[in-house]
Write a protein that binds this ligand. Sequence first.
Ligand code: SAH
Ligand code: SF4
Length: 357
Amino acid sequence: MSSFYDLTFDELRDMLAGRGQPGYRAQQLYEWAYKRLAGDYRDMTVLPAALRASLANELPLDVLTPVREIETDDGDTVKVLYRTADGQTIETVLMYYADRATVCVSCQVGCAVGCSFCATGMGGLQRNLTTGEMVAQVIDMARRARRRGRPLTNIVMMGMGEPFHNYAAVMKMVAILHDARGMQVGARRITLSTSGVVPFIDRLASEPFQVNLAISIHAADDALRSELVPLNRRWPLDELLGAVRRYIRQTGRRVSFEYALIADVNDRDDDAWNLARRLRGLLCHVNLIPLNPTPAAPYQRPSADRIARFERILVEAGIPTTVRYSRGVEIAAACGQLRAQHAPVTAQPPLMGENHG
Ligand code: SAH
Ligand code: SF4
């Protein structure tokens, strides 16, 4: 069954027109759902009671049920575990910063890519999330932020799942959240992170919405990258970086690279030099994410010295670089960990944090 949050403005308008509703109804509904963040049709008192009742049946607003939530960093990181209508559990993280509030959204239950350091990937893919389930994560977090007197400003697709394996539903989510009659989130406040599904990098370059693109690179040579990110066997680094170059040429937009730093795996000086060589001349920024260890894999986080040295090599080579520690590690805000604690699945999934954004 679809929910209210599955419908673009035009789809909603057509559906209402088919029922003989006046043209301004869609506008009213979008305003109540996305600007006022109403969670119940009964609150939408401008609508006729009969319409409210039928919408509550046909296009529910309560697609996700929060089943657990935890806070850390003095409340600046909030992680919520939601249950879907079919009993799956997914995680979403809200992170408050001085100047913005960012939601880290999941796009799949599990993930088929199977990166060796990432707990989400270890259980394989259960299913794609629907557009409505992704929009609902954002709306629920926007309500929480509003209760704290803060607007939700940024959206990062860095929760569970590979956005480019659920491309159409993700882009529809972008269209709905971007709509000026609703939430009106600027495309530049939305970031999609991919492990490197090359055909969709080209596809994204020609979309009308110029969202931010983040590439999870993690290694600068093919043998190591194929070990960490199995998808690299299909689309090795030359192809991946070729697509990134085309993307930058076409959009003029800066691309971020994420690099999870893993002790004695990809944190040597040589790795940093190789990465710098690969990225030289690209309009880009590197985010170094010190690994968030998960019980399912033997990897460790490098020492602070090692992390600083890796960063320095990149910076001295002229690559803009930031070290981003993930938020909420102590509350298992590492994405998928809360889900694993709640209803033990296969393994401990990855982290979320503003490194993811
Ligand atoms: N599937 C997408 C987006 C979700 S993961 C992708 O891979 O890009 C968001 C980021 O967190 C990715 O860069 C991912 O590689 C990284 N990540 C996953 N598990 C991690 C861990 N245990 N420690 C540090 N970063 C991790
Ligand atoms: Fe999937 Fe991203 Fe985890 Fe890799 S890092 S398994 S692509 S969620």
